[in-house]
Ligand binder design. Structure first.
Ligand code: HEM
Length: 404
């Protein structure tokens, strides 16, 4: 007999949980392998927070599908809020064919070529920060860098319009969760979302991508007959849609952890090339993509608990990444010397983040440059958490720096 589905009277989309999810994560892991959570906006959601169960679901993409949506909507039933992504909201064999092309586009050889231009951008940015001395690290550090280097690398879009990309990302990541009063307010304040969507769509067209960009490599795959004309803009879009805000908030989370843990900042200062390890450890301990969804294609059981076909299942990545069963008693500590390899902050399995090498290169170059040229970084005001249905980050992070 399958056991009864445990339930938890906590709403993962409440302001309190968005602000500080640690208590929710602990309660979720303790309650069972799969748990009904307090329902938000009439949804019927179950959640998984244990590392081993989250991994098992990632590892069975035939049973737990992506085509029914990476957010709360069930694309088999509900109207999508945008044209579904050909990578993220797709299953094998369609996903396999496209992912093969995209893995060739974002190959180690192509990513390596970006190092020089990323380094130039990091040098210029750190020059500017050293002039400012006191600044909001959310906008001036974490936002400034990916907004420059990611669109340059993906499509070479004009600089003036890039605010559209930030508005598009807020629309995308809020829309993956429920329309709570908070989310409705944020979406309402965004203004003309259609204009932002239009700007992103146009920037992905063949005639608008620059010749040395990932976008151009995607269009070249069309010329070789590996993709269709109709698929290319969707794939270019998937790189800018998934690649800007995720990196922004991961960089801010990393810097905030370093500011809050001077011993770890000292370790990084002693060896600035540890920047990339700081980034992965931050992704583990303060996971940026809070959760991603899977949907069972047929009735099944998880840890002896029945889950029915079509049940939207929330994989709570932040809970899995701090699971003491996997990470030991110090799971909640930020520790640069830990081997954080194997965290699920980039997902796992066939949908694991295709842009992770780009994000890691950004972090490596920026954090290493920053820690080489900055002796001290400290808070210069009260930081404020970002409340967002999908992403964990900061709304503001005022800091003061001292040059090395
Ligand atoms: C630190 C920054 C980033 C984080 C935390 C992150 C996180 C994730 C996660 C958790 C997934 C898995 C989704 C799933 O399993 O359904 C994913 C997939 C994806 N990411 Fe990232 N990502 C980051 C940066 C990037 C960048 C820089 C790009 C591109 C330039 C990118 C493009 C994508 C795409 C296209 C997918 C879908 C892959 C597929 O379904 O096969 N991401 N990302």
């Amino acid at each position: 007999m399958p056991a009864t589905l445990p339930s938890l009277d906590l709403d993962p989309y409440s302001d309190d949980v968005l602000r500080d999810p640690a208590g929710f994560h602990r309660a979720l892991r303790a309650a069972g392998p799969v748990v009904r959570v307090r329902q938000s906006e009439g949804l019927d959601l179950v959640a998984l927070g244990r590392d081993s169960d989250v991994r098992a679901v990632f590892d069975d993409p035939e049973l737990f599908v992506n085509s029914r949506g990476g957010g709360v909507l069930d694309l088999a039933r509900d109207e999508p809020f945008r044209e579904p992504g050909l990578l993220q909201e797709n299953d094998p064999p369609g996903h396999t064919a496209i992912r093969t092309v995209m893995s060739e586009v974002i190959s180690p050889r192509h990513v390596r070529k970006l190092r020089q231009q990323f380094q130039r951008a990091a040098d210029e940015l750190v020059d500017r920060l050293l002039d400012l001395r006191s600044f909001d690290a959310q906008t001036e550090f974490a936002e400034a860098f990916p907004v420059k280097v990611v669109p340059d690398a993906v499509m070479g879009a004009p600089h003036e319009g890039r605010g559209n990309l930030l508005r598009y990302s807020v629309f995308l990541f809020e829309s993956m969760g429920p329309r709570t009063p908070r989310a409705r307010r944020v979406l309402g304040d965004l203004g003309d979302v259609d204009a932002a969507i239009g700007w992103v769509r146009d920037s992905c067209l063949r005639e608008n991508v620059s010749p040395d960009s990932f976008g151009a490599l995607i269009w070249a795959a069309v010329d070789r007959g590996e993709l269709t004309e109709a698929q290319a803009p969707n794939l270019v879009r998937s790189l800018v849609g998934a690649g800007v805000d995720t990196t922004i908030h991961s960089l801010a989370n990393t810097l905030a952890l370093l500011v809050h843990h001077p011993d770890q900042w000292a370790l990084l200062r002693a060896r600035p090339s540890r920047g990339k390890f700081a980034f992965d450890e931050a992704l583990r301990v303060d996971t940026t993509v809070r959760q991603i969804f899977r949907t069972p294609a047929r009735d099944t059981e998880i840890g002896g608990i029945r889950v029915h076909e079509g049940q939207k299942m929330m994989l709570v990545l932040g809970a899995a990444n701090r699971d003491p069963e996997r990470w030991g008693d110090t799971a909640g500590d930020f520790d640069l010397t830990r081997n954080a390899g194997g965290h699920v902050g980039f997902g796992r399995g066939i949908h694991q983040c295709v842009g992770a090498p780009i994000a890691r290169l950004e972090a490596d170059v920026l954090l290493t440059t920053f820690a080489t040229r900055v002796a001290a970084v400290e808070l210069d005001g009260e930081p404020e958490r970002l409340l967002n249905n999908t992403l964990r980050g900061w709304a503001s992070l005022p800091v003061r720096i001292t040059p090395a």
